[in-house]
Ligand binder design. Structure first.
Ligand code: OGA
Ligand code: NI
Length: 370
């Protein structure tokens, strides 16, 4: 239920701009000085750079064994990672490297189809499903240097194959396999997070409206080469509005940066075959977490490259659209009153869909008055 039927301005594909060999990027993409990345001094060249993050790598193989000690150790590692940076990588996560590669290949092919074919899937702000080039509907807004494709995998009531790409051939089968594995991983992580907090293992899942009703959607980000990467961003700072995000990054081109505890931007260097996990705003609310405490949703952004395009697949696992999202009753006490007022995910996500990415300002609006 979006009141916006269409984009406020004609859509320009960033890929078309990039391929037209401009020397200078249009003003629409030039960020104010304070928001520009500082590519020269720190983050850009990731190898041997002190600002490149050693974000924790967790071997998830441990949770799938019968070795109880190893299982407990893995749970602890996840707990620690959630308490520290809030972003971590997982390996041995159950998804085969072949499937990950196939999924990336499909999307590389998709974004290199002729523009007329891609535009047959052009999206609108009504549901955002399909091929898009902006987040937010504010007229005259400064835009990000990226195109994307967005689709729903679950719940079944929202899954609509006509909104999925039709080419490359057989892409839907691969996407099915990929999303199915993603959901399995998310369900496992939801269980681990609950247990790590001493809650019933299905507690978080139930707060999301149960397994069948939880949302699962895929956003494929395509960041074309940019002639002036120092002036713009591929994706502006934001925290993910939903529950959990599992990112399949581009192993060849760095770009994702997370906001460290000292506010510096840290460039993530992904490990081979790793997936990157982070917590979204809904879990921060449900678990009654402050922005400066554990299990918070971390701010992140993406920088772009003058020499290489970059592709990433972000899978979002979200609460059912219309269940009330609020701090769990058992976490709210007289001494620790509810930090956030109740919302629904359908309501909450309207913010990013109309305003575009805006740091963590939305979750701060939900803070209970003191
Ligand atoms: C996102 C996101 C990061 C990336 O899609 O929400 O943060 O590396 N993507 O593309
Ligand atoms: Ni994100």
């Amino acid at each position: 239920m979006n009141i916006f039927q269409d984009w406020p301005e004609p859509i320009v594909r960033v890929q078309s701009l990039s391929e037209s060999n401009l020397q200078a990027i249009p003003n629409r993409y030039v960020k104010p000085l304070s928001q520009r990345p500082n590519l020269l001094s720190e983050n850009y060249h990731t190898k041997n750079n002190p600002h490149t993050a050693a974000i924790p790598i967790i071997d998830l193989g441990g949770i799938y064994t019968n070795d109880i000690t190893l299982q407990a150790k893995t749970f602890d590692e996840i707990s620690k990672a959630c308490r520290e940076l809030g972003f971590f990588q997982v390996v041995n996560h159950g998804m085969s490297p072949q499937l990950m590669e196939r999924a990336k290949e499909i999307w590389r092919e998709f974004f290199h189809l002729p523009m007329e074919l891609k535009n047959m899937h052009a999206n609108s702000p009504k549901t955002y499903e399909g091929y898009g080039s902006r987040l937010g509907v504010e007229k005259g807004a400064i835009l990000d240097w990226s195109d994307y494709y967005y689709l729903h995998y679950q719940p079944l009531s929202l899954k609509d194959y006509t909104k999925w790409p039709s080419l490359p051939l057989h892409c839907r089968e691969t996407l099915e396999d990929y999303c199915k594995e993603m959901v399995k991983l998310c369900e496992n992580l939801m269980m681990i997070l609950s247990r790590n907090l001493g809650l019933q293992e299905d507690r978080l899942q139930n707060a999301f409206g149960g397994k069948d009703e939880a949302g699962g959607c895929l956003r494929v980000n395509y960041y074309p080469k940019c002639p002036q990467p120092e002036l713009t961003l591929g994706l502006s700072p934001h925290s993910d509005p939903g529950g959990l995000t599992i990112l399949l990054p581009d192993e060849h081109v760095a770009g994702l940066q997370v906001r460290g505890s000292d506010d510096a931007w840290i460039t993530v260097e992904p490990a081979p075959h790793a997936l990157i996990v982070n917590i979204g705003d809904q879990i921060q609310v449900i678990l009654q977490m402050l922005s400066n405490s554990v299990f918070k949703s971390i701010e992140h952004r993406v920088i772009v490259s003058p020499a290489e395009e970059r592709l990433s697949l972000a899978f979002f696992y979200n609460p059912k659209g219309n269940v009330p999202i609020e701090p769990l009753k058992e976490l709210v006490t007289v001494d620790s009153p509810a930090l956030y007022t109740s919302t629904t995910y359908d309501q909450y996500r309207q913010f990013i869909r109309t305003q575009g990415p805006r740091n963590k300002s939305h979750i701060d609006e939900l803070r209970s008055p003191r």
